[in-house]
Design a protein around this ligand. Sequence first.
Ligand SMILES: *[C@@H]1O[C@H](CO)[C@@H](O)[C@H](O)[C@H]1NC(C)=O
Ligand SMILES: *[C@@H]1O[C@H](CO)[C@@H](O)[C@H](O)[C@H]1NC(C)=O
Length: 322
Amino acid sequence: MKTLAGLILGLLICDAARAAPTLEPIHYDSEPYDATLEDPDPFYSLESLPVDQAEIEIGTTMPSGNRELLTPPPLPKEEEGEEEEEESTPRLIDGSSPQEPEFPGVLGPHTNEDFPTCLLCTCISTTVYCDDRELDAIPPLPRNTAYFYSRFNRIKKINKNDFASLNDLKRIDLTSNLISEIDDDAFRKLPQLRELVLRDNKIRQLPELPTTLTFIDVSNNRLGRKGIKQEAFKEMYDLHHLYLTDNNLDHIPLPLPENLRALHLQNNNILEMHEDTFCDIKNLTYIRKALEDIRLDGNPINLSKTPQAYMCLPRLPIGSLV
Ligand SMILES: *[C@@H]1O[C@H](CO)[C@@H](O)[C@H](O)[C@H]1NC(C)=O
Ligand SMILES: *[C@@H]1O[C@H](CO)[C@@H](O)[C@H](O)[C@H]1NC(C)=O
């Protein structure tokens, strides 16, 4: 993850250097790469790179060849049928295309011809990449956006209209922003939303969530004892991953949907659970066969106190048994 972030960061710096020639000249090409031999580049820690990539870093002496080494994250697979273009579909411009028009100022008024966000960010088909663009709010998004990435920015709040009418939106990834507040309606009306990644923010209260979600990651936030609404995940029949680590939670959010496969709750403040948290103590034939990955390590809970609580599970939870 660190490596990927580094690569993206590097790519963006190259873009920025190219797109803003009026800035003071900064020689990103040669300087940091020469320096990697002695002191680690601030963006790339050699220790954390896989061996083959570390070798590439050290071997890089061609100043113009660097861009090829920096690959963007793999694109999510498009579903069939999404290729069809309607006439009203905004033309998506890849931010790195050579015919880039004059920069219209950050997030200027939107026209159907060239969507302003796609000049600042990178739009490829129905995916919008806005990672590391110093954004402090969600930018206006093309109507047909299906995958939206805006990691490593400074977004503080998500408003109820930020994603309004984006009926094709399937994935939102806002990892590593400064989000502390989300309007309760911000995600609720997104009919196709499946994956929501909000990790590494300052969120105190989870808003109303659509029941279509399959993957939720809100790790490393500030949900505490009241940040998750009662029965928040109950109706999410397709939810299979729920990641809530590092939140100072003091309870396991119940009920857990039947198809849940992974429940990560490590490094919270959970003190106890009940015999029927996962299983049905009145019905010994009930098996919760999907839930095979429960993490409770890093909590002040003693799993030995509820020996009946795991009978229906395919595997014991990970956590303290003494
Ligand atoms: C007990 O659980 C089994 C398996 O989930 C189910 O088929 C059965 O209806 C349950 N019985 C009762 C009394 O709830
Ligand atoms: C954990 O619970 C078991 C069973 O009740 C008990 O024997 C053990 O002493 C407990 N451990 C701690 C550290 O409280």
